[in-house]
Design a protein around this ligand. Structure first.
Ligand code: AMP
Length: 254
């Protein structure tokens, strides 16, 4: 039975004999989120998922407002998946300080996504810190889809001696290779067809500059294509929808 929780009391009562795995999300759940849940369920006694569309990590208020919110369908998916707790904090409760306390990382967070989305990682790290303090899990699960985010959360946990193991989970893709993402639901069929070129080009094994040129020839607006951390990472726009993705690089053939 999925139990719905709106503040931290329920988690503080979880017995210390039980291991707790935590999957923070912004909802509009898909198979990518559920793969994180499955890994948590395999490794812990209790799995907690949070859904919170975090206003402080959005650069544009229109992007925040348009973010898909599908709570009833999400609850159903979590119940079917056998998740134990759904944490639904309110904005007023989570940000009772008015976001006057925040977490800032000053190196890794300044490039790639951080450069394109000023303040995004402050908002992300701050909300993850708050959520971890509420749920107090032994393990927390993050997708490699948001690779820079995963590295930053690991870095924060180490720097602040958080008693949690941060686990990275493989990217789940659709049949057309597009990484599953809540933002994909906003793509029209034509936009979707175009979007599928993005992962395929990332996986082509070509050099970053060649991939950028190929994307631009297809009329994508390219924020970056960059080789870092033995991954090829990219961010592009299909009209007003921003997509990010990454693949291991060099690609392992076979
Ligand atoms: P979001 O709800 O987009 O904030 O994502 C919540 C978590 O799910 C993050 O750790 C994401 O990296 C992860 N995630 C989102 N999409 C995927 C995917 N296609 N495959 C694996 N993990 C994902």
């Amino acid at each position: 039975m999925l139990k719905i929780v709106t503040d931290r009391d329920a988690f503080l009562r979880l017995t210390s004999q039980q291991s707790v795995g935590f999957v923070p999300t912004m909802g509009n759940l898909h198979a990518g989120h559920l793969s994180l849940c499955a890994q948590s369920q395999a490794e812990n006694d209790v799995t907690v998922v949070s859904i919170f569309v975090n206003p402080t990590q959005f650069n544009e208020s229109s992007d925040f407002e348009k973010y898909p919110r599908t709570l009833e369908a999400d609850k159903k998916l979590l119940a079917e998946q056998g998740v134990d707790y759904l944490f639904l904090p309110t904005r007023e409760w989570l940000y009772a300080d008015g976001y006057e306390i925040k977490i800032t990382e000053n190196a890794l967070s300044t490039e790639l996504e951080g450069e394109c989305r000023p303040g995004h990682f402050d908002g992300m790290l701050t909300v993850v810190m708050k959520l971890l303090q509420c749920v107090q899990p032994q393990r927390a699960y993050f997708g490699e889809k948001d690779y820079q985010q995963l590295l930053l959360v690991k870095k924060m946990a180490a720097a602040l001696f958080l008693p949690v193991e941060i686990k990275g989970c493989a990217i789940v893709r659709a049949e057309d290779s597009l990484a599953l993402s809540s933002r994909n639901s906003r793509l029209t069929p034509m936009q979707r067809e175009k979007a599928a070129h993005f992962p395929r080009l990332l996986m082509s094994g070509e050099a970053p500059e060649t991939i950028r040129e190929a994307l631009e020839a297809l009329h994508f607006k390219v924020d970056y294509i960059a080789l870092k951390w033995q991954r090829l990472l990219g961010a592009v726009w299909v009209d007003d929808i921003r997509l990010i993705d990454n693949v291991p690089y060099p690609m392992t053939k076979g």
